[in-house]
Design a protein around this ligand. Sequence first.
Ligand SMILES: [Zn+2]
Length: 375
Amino acid sequence: MDKVEEYIKRLEDEEWNVRSDAARALGNLVDSRAVGPLIKALGDEVAYVRRYAAKALGQLGEPSAVEPLIKALGDREKRVRSDAARALGNLSDPRAVEPLIKVIGDREKRVRRHTAWALGKLGDLRAVAPLIKALGDEDGDVRKEAAKTLEKLGDNPRAVEPLNKALGDEDWMIRESAAYALARLPDMRVVPALGKYYEKHFEKEKAEKLLREVIDRLAPLQRENIQHLPRLLCITCYRRPIVKKMKIGPLSSLKYAVCPQCGTSALARDIREVVGVVDGRTGHEIHDDTLYVRLWDNTAQECVYADIDRLEIREADGLRYDIIVNKLILTLHDRSGRGQDYLPGIPVQLLGNPDIPLGTRSLLEQQFREVTEKQ
Ligand SMILES: [Zn+2]
């Protein structure tokens, strides 16, 4: 019997402290054989054992533990509930988002705090509104965790909108909390929104001072961004930014880079080249300073837009390259803000031996800069 088997056996021991020690040890050993027995231990009669089982399942990283841990969010013992929340954060499975949002109103502050943390790990924008509410929590630690989480979610440009909306909430605590969170986002869109908010709720002098603080925090970041300009990219829309100017006082203005699609100025730096890829998969990857974006979603049969510098069409099973190339040309052409020169500037490389009909091949040659092949 090896160590893992030994501890699994101890999970059935008569002494509860032997069982909880075994659960703890199994978490550190990270062996998937322990998943089933640990899920069973989530139903142990002693809360300590259930806690360590929840923690261990978070360490093991097996998706099959997600549902049992969601169930443990309803445990009668607060420490089990909070450890289950943390474990779900560590597992980062989107199934946990809605159940966690439900327990952010738990009667125990410890549970609320760990839940706010877990929602940050999951990074799902459905959590923005409940987290704004949690900024008004009676407990300081919960408020702090919620603020930290919102700041993290704020890296996602779509977080600005729900926060902006919350500035108009009838509950002043929610308004203030949203303003607090917005003031920490690296996004120039918060400036006009907060300016209006401060103007409405504070005296002129105080309002100006508050806005000045926000700008003073944003300005160095924007100046740095401008220095990185050719390598900036909005990682949500896959677009190169444009430069805008904002008046920030009677005599001064600030240049800043902004995504022409979503309007965020929270941009990725050091993306030298964007490569569009057709290979039947979805999502993007960054290697060194190159971003590879999958342009064709074969399930949705749709194209993703990106400001690409070159295109790679790879050999993959089950792809209709004639349909894909047609849609790709339309998408890149229609949605680009780069004008007529965009497509003729992009080189295309065929990798492996993609099954491209002759007509499609000549379409590629007409529309793009050149077509080369690589085995
Ligand atoms: Zn964008």
